[in-house]
Ligand binder design. Structure first.
Ligand SMILES: *Cc1c(COP(=O)(O)O)cnc(C)c1O
Length: 353
């Protein structure tokens, strides 16, 4: 089915909670409604938009044991004129199904993911906070729901979308430690998929780095710990001698970020030379020693563009004077201006609701 109106079970008006723009906390505050659907006997069924409430799962449920779980992160914005837009959701839809295939989960049809998301965001549009760096975070996810303790692909799955208001995130410039012991992703592994286990595995090394006074780690390749890959849960970009360099996606160990792709397009529009290729720690340190390492920043939906103030390779610490940054602030402004309608959407990235 190409399009479908998903049934909407309304809550009694007196039970509805409302956005308090002065008091919400990213990741904790959720809206009134959620979308839910089940995969049973080879098809998606029971799709409904209903009250946000706890799930009932048997303790034997597959996802609780073997980690078949994938997710996406998308943002909706409200412009000064109250136009509601979602930023490039089609890219997340494609990536969600790529993740599903890798995790041996069913793909999700467009009517459920895209139309369902639009319908839900439309219902909850009063929850989109206005203003700079404010948005509604959209979290689609899928879990394996077979009540069966045994390692095999599940035959039952649940797809859901929940929403939460989001304000500025990571506003402080980051201090980053280059990680050479632990690995986020391996060739042949699941680094290109947004599956839950990748994030569970990343927590321990990040806490170790935090104990040393850093905020996040810069992941390096699993085989040699020689080439940089990502910074925390963001893609990473380096400005060396006026050129922007970002790790390529070839090995399947770098997540194909929508913000990364948008950044590459906009930076090229602005006239920058952008290279997608392997970038070694050695090249970074050499560039720093000769004064050519100008900027380092992370790009991702949650934080959009995050500035790096300090980058350490063991005892060799590189500090950045952010008042001299040019590329990252320009990119951040451009991306934000497109999202809230202050600048033309030349690439057709906004889906209007
Ligand atoms: C989600 C994510 C990103 C950023 O991707 P966007 O599509 O830009 O949000 C980068 N790296 C990892 C590991 C991620 O999970």
């Amino acid at each position: 089915m190409s399009s479908k109106n998903i049934p909407f079970i309304e809550m009694p008006v007196e039970q509805l909670r409302h956005l308090d723009s002065n008091n919400f906390y990213f990741g904790k505050s959720v809206t009134n409604y959620m979308l839910e659907a089940d995969f049973i006997n080879g098809e998606w069924t029971n799709a409904v938009i209903k009250k946000y409430e706890p799930l009932q799962l048997e303790p034997s449920t597959a996802v609780l044991h073997y980690g078949q779980s994938i997710f996406e992160g998308i943002k909706a914005y409200k412009s000064a004129t109250d136009q509601v837009v979602i930023f490039r959701p089609q890219e997340n839809y494609k990536r969600f199904n790529t993740s599903a295939e890798r995790m041996q989960m069913p793909t999700v049809p467009e009517w459920l993911f895209m139309d369902g998301m639009k319908q839900l965001v439309k219902i909850e549009q009063d929850w989109i906070p206005k203003g700079e760096d404010h948005s509604l975070y959209i979290r689609p996810f899928m879990i394996a729901t077979d009540p069966f303790i045994g390692v095999r692909p599940s035959s039952l799955y649940k797809f859901m979308i929940i929403l939460g208001p989001a304000g500025p995130y990571n506003t402080e410039p980051m201090k980053i430690l280059i990680e050479k012991n632990y690995t986020r992703a391996t060739p042949g592994g699941v680094g290109f998929a947004k599956n839950g286990g990748n994030y569970g595995a990343s927590l321990y090394p990040v806490v170790l780095a935090q104990k040393k006074g850093y905020d996040q780690v810069l992941w390096t390749d699993a085989l040699e710990h020689k080439y940089v890959e990502e910074v925390g849960m963001m893609n990473v970009m380096f400005v060396i001698d006026g050129k922007v360099i970002t790790p390529s996606l070839e090995r399947g160990t770098v997540l194909k970020g929508v913000t990364r792709d948008s950044a590459i397009v906009l930076l090229r529009d602005m006239g920058y030379n952008v290279e997608e290729r392997n970038l070694s720690i050695e090249e970074i340190v050499t560039a720093h020693k000769s004064g050519k390492l100008e900027e380092v920043f992370g790009v991702g939906t949650a934080a959009v563009v995050s500035f790096v103030a300090k980058l350490a390779d063991g005892d060799y610490v590189m500090d950045f004077d952010l008042s001299k940054s040019e590329v990252a602030p320009k990119l951040k402004k451009k991306l934000n201006d497109i999202r809230v309608g202050l600048e033309a959407d030349e690439h057709g990235w906004l889906v209007k609701i």
